[in-house]
Ligand binder design. Structure first.
Ligand SMILES: Nc1nc2c(ncn2[C@@H]2O[C@H](COP(=O)(O)OP(=O)(O)OP(=O)(O)O)[C@@H](O)[C@H]2O)c(=O)[nH]1
Ligand SMILES: [Mg+2]
Ligand SMILES: [Zn+2]
Length: 360
């Protein structure tokens, strides 16, 4: 039996989350989903609609890194009295999947982009923006977060059918077998293929550089100008029109998260460099029986199978293993570094001050 209102299913709640909540117990809290985050103010949604929420001071004391704070897509434990005009968030329900990137600077810390995403729509424009290496890096990030990727190539109206064909050949030659949808927001070509993909109760997140047409596409799917979009300069360089992430519920029940364009996508997880040279292995890894397969001895490992049948070179595989263990070692030192993250300390301090909590 479900412990929360079944009406939350339409926002993506399922048995997986239910099991997590049963483990911990609801303790009189309700559940809501984060729709937008604006500094310490959040917008959440539940069976009775959208409302504002803030973080409980007690919860903030338990948080020790920025990525533990609620992000768009998170399910949260909430208290809503009805007499106040906002709810109080007491904790975050474990994340089933996530999109995150490494933050700039020395500290090894992650910035959450969004969580509990079913499908990431990785958007590149056919003109100016197209780059297979960057595409591979996005694919690594998406797979690391247990999210299913789909590639969208926008602005097909600006290139010849021949050029478009070449771009797809480039993608396939890099060993990327992900679904690719080519579309134009101007001619409308391909937009229906995206529409057909979107399922009720599932969450989709758009990723990609500024100016590639993410918000324009969402407006098309909504059928109204809801999100702001802007002209890009002649070089295709975007100007960061979208400034915040938000989750939008479409009429058909699918949920879309728009994102500001990512300028510094060079900064990824430690595995960034691995992704571009080992796209073939990541592709295989997506077919392993276990999501957290280490490709060393697990049954049903697609990487080991390919090695055995000779379709994967042993030297290439050994290189991969070596680099992967180095990057995991790199990730370890983050525990030491996070304590030095002064910016985060300042943030927590300011939130506590806003909440009227005195320092202990
Ligand atoms: N020719 C052409 N222009 C497009 C297409 N899609 C979007 N545009 C234009 O590209 C510009 C940028 O579009 P946006 O939707 O704001 O881009 P975005 O990806 O949301 O950008 P950020 O919010 O900065 O990340 C706008 O002027 C759009 O009209 C397309 O398919 N073809
Ligand atoms: Mg936008
Ligand atoms: Zn494996």
């Amino acid at each position: 039996m479900s412990s929360v209102s079944e009406q939350l299913n339409r926002f993506g709640w399922d048995e997986w989350f239910d099991a997590k909540v049963q483990e911990k117990g609801l303790e009189g809290h309700g559940i809501a989903r984060v729709v937008a985050v604006d500094r310490d103010q959040l917008l959440v949604i539940n069976e009775s609609g959208e409302f504002r929420a803030k973080l409980a001071g007690r919860f903030l004391y338990t948080v020790d890194k920025p990525s533990d704070l609620p992000c768009v897509g998170d399910w949260v434990y909430i208290q809503y009295s009805g007499s106040d005009d906002f709810g109080i968030i007491h904790d975050v329900v474990p994340r089933k999947s996530f999109l995150r990137r490494k933050t700039a600077g020395d500290a090894i810390e992650y910035q959450m982009i969004a969580s509990n995403i079913d499908v990431a729509l990785i958007v590149q424009s056919c003109q100016f923006d197209f780059n297979v290496n960057r595409l591979e890096r996005y694919l690594v990030m998406v797979r690391n977060g247990h999210v299913h990727p789909v590639v969208l190539l926008t602005k097909t109206d600006l290139v010849s059918p021949n050029t478009l064909q070449q771009l797809i050949v480039e993608i396939r030659s890099a060993g990327i077998t992900t679904d690719v949808i080519a579309l134009s927001n101007i001619s409308g070509e391909g937009v229906n293929s995206v529409r057909d993909l979107l399922q009720s109760g599932k969450t989709y997140c758009l990723l990609g550089s500024s100016g590639v047409g993410k918000s324009t596409l969402i407006n098309q799917l909504i059928g109204r100008q809801v999100l702001e979009t802007k002209m890009v300069s002649g070089t295709g360089e975007g100007r960061h029109t979208t400034v915040r992430r938000e989750l939008i519920v479409l009429n058909n029940g699918a949920m879309l998260i728009d994102n500001p364009g990512m300028r510094e996508f060079g900064i990824l997880g430690a595995e960034e460099g691995i992704g571009s040279s080992f796209a073939d292995i990541y592709e295989l890894a997506s077919k392993c029986k276990y999501a957290d397969c280490s490709h060393s001895n697990e049954p049903g490992c697609a990487v080991l199978n390919a090695l055995e049948e000779g379709s994967l070179h042993r030297a290439h595989y050994q290189n991969f293993v070596k680099l992967k263990s180095e990057s995991e070692f790199h990730d370890l030192s983050y525990l030491e570094k996070r304590n030095k993250d002064k910016a985060f300390g300042r943030y927590i301090k300011s939130v506590k001050k806003d909440l009227g909590i005195k320092r202990k």
